[in-house]
Design a protein around this ligand. Sequence first.
Ligand SMILES: [Zn+2]
Ligand SMILES: [Zn+2]
Length: 446
Amino acid sequence: MSCSFKCFHFPIIIFMLHVFTTTQISSSTDDSSFNNFLDSAKSSEVFDWMINIRRKIHENPELGYQEFETSELIRSELDKMGIPYKHPVAITGVIGFIGTGSSPFVAIRADMDALPMQEMVEWEHKSKVAGKMHACGHDAHVTMVLGAAKILKQHEKEIQGTVVLVFQPAEEGGGGAKKILDTGALENVTAIFGLHIAPDLPIGEVASKSGPILAGSGFFEAKISGKGGHAAIPQQSIDPILAASNVILSLQHLVSREADPLDSQVVTIGKCQGGSAYNVIPDSVTIGGTFRAFSKQSFNQLKQRIEQVIIGQAAVQRCNATVDFLDEVKPFYPPTINNGDLHEHFVNVAVNMLGINKVESAMSPFMGAEDFSFYQEVIPGYFFFLGMKNAEHERFVPSLHSPYLKINEDGLPYGAALHASLAASYLLKHQQDIVPGVERKYRDEL
Ligand SMILES: [Zn+2]
Ligand SMILES: [Zn+2]
């Protein structure tokens, strides 16, 4: 996922002023003992421990559903803190619990997987695994949920309910969130929070918005088959390269000619393979790509038209085509849509902790995707971006998924404290929501 933030400062300032006012009024409901979470997270006891964990995970990146050592490290840290957990959940996943063991339940989530790419940053804790790298910051995500766990554990007696720690596998295309949900492990959770590091946002700053923030995403691969032959005698062949070229051009017309210009959508062909000699027409060409949209309706329309265009346009050139949407290995991700009430809660907590000027509460959505959206389909959820900008990167800021990504570890305490504070204050607010008579069921869940 890559991010870029475009700020519309004027409306934000008005919105923030409103939030600031309500924050002052509602702050009396916040437990004052939760207000020093950032100081706790910045203490050398917590900060140095987090840096050490993050570097260990960074040195040993593991791909989706193979996060065995990362999972083991998480469990060993939870053991040391005396935090109970369920494992395995969805192969490598770990679900921890802090608090009363009773309702309400609120979850904070971290994804554990790395990417199949070579790290190009030369530093002491560079990835020790060739061709694998934590280039999306999930090493930091795990660390910050563990950091939150450490802080919350210190305040366990004051927690009015249960914080559920979700360490999930396979965010990068594997839909680990969906697998976690399928186990039923989050059945009683009434809100879930997740964050993503933002390498272009300064330390101590956060950004998010209410409503749609990231797009729904799908992948496809198509094989266009013709008849190979001599390049100089085309009349005896059926050329799949020409057909694929027309298919690619026609696919670009879906967004430009069929979509509402005000309804953001993307179709990108990122893969095109076929032919290996200058003078041979190959038998077939394989193309592949991704498509994005913010609504289910637009997403399904795109999916249907991608298949029709590939098959139809290939047929114009006398080729056959098959289209595979790869949903077994790369499930479709729904759009990430932030709950409005949780947005208000987030802004209150973040403004209290960071200050009004550090909270971008109306960031522009973008066409990246997150499997956090699976949680949001069944649980009110909230996803936000956390500043991790590196001072070394003043002129060129490597994006997420860049082999040059180097996060600023000074951002770790902010993520840990925000996770802890969002969860603890949510529970405090939602005491009145407990349904009498269902306590036993919740206890049995643990
Ligand atoms: Zn990513
Ligand atoms: Zn990511």
